[in-house]
Design a protein around this ligand. Sequence first.
Ligand code: ZN
Length: 385
Amino acid sequence: MRKATLINAVTRRQRPYRNNHPLAIPRTALAIDLIRAYDALNDDELLAGRVAEIEELAWFHSGDYIAAMQAAEANGRLRDGDRERYQLGTVENPYFDHLFTIPARATGGSIQAAEEVIAGRIAFNPAGGMHHARADCAQGFCYFNDPVLGILRLRQAGWRVLYVDIDAHHGDGVEEAFLDDPEVLTLSLHMDTAYAYPFRGGKLTDCGSEAGGRTTLNIPLPQGTHDAEYRLLFDAVWQPALEKFRPDAVVLQAGTDMLAADPLGKLAISTECFLDIAGKIIETSPRHADGTPRLLVTGGGGYHPLLLARAWTGLWALLSGRALPEAIPAAGADVLRGARWDLDEDAPYFSGLFTSRFDHLETKKINQQIQILALDSRNHPYFLT
Ligand code: ZN
């Protein structure tokens, strides 16, 4: 087994989103329950998430936005003008109890994860990955940008960081934060914003700034991109990016909304492919002297809780160096069956950890558009200079 830390940055008493919100489903807690059902977590591998300090949030976020979040929690409501100024209290970023504490804990978890990595371990914070949040406002279900703060913690150690975002959506908030920093390379593979949130940016031609050394890589994916296509595109950029950038650490945002059955995603990726990609990232990440990968992994999107729990259980197994049996143990099946959500018609198909009816997708031909994308991505200005 590898030296790995799993950060639990949720408290079960706090259920933030209301019933009609896509995040009003069991996520991190369910994944940890499934991991436990596999008996794949030792006590010394688990770290309770701590709430990020105000000073830490202020590494990236504006003081008035942090204060507005705190005031909302203290007052039990938003103030006039918060909607316009901070995008709070909208359908996308609703008000809920503990509005400050819940995202601040998810963020503290990613800072802890960075510290675990600096200390020589590999770390996973499934409650993190809130990649859309901006310095001065909430965006796309995200209040504080924990990947940015985790990366900034690694930068404080003097490390160059390669951020790779496999969430179905463009990692726009992280990209924007490091646009002018040549010491952070951001690579995002995502649904083309021509048809998907956030509906702007994330094009192949969005290559970053001159000052930032053009260290912004975007791969916009057509609707229905399948495993073979995804692998082709990932391989076209991953190894060249690693070799040219030579990071000291990798940060992976591992949202599961790229999986075929996700209700908000429009890609056709299998759990097997998701785990293969994660495996490649683990195997090729920079290493500590003892061989432990310098890798910080966060959660991210993912709106099908059973798929999410399986994918993150498989991911934790890879990160911690465990081999799990494919059949889900009885206790694990109970965990999945007991998940409260209202689209659970797939439940009977979840007898195996890595396979489901969605994972036996017909192997299709690689679309010409994808072949062109793969070729064009090799001509990214970053690789040509
Ligand atoms: Zn997403």
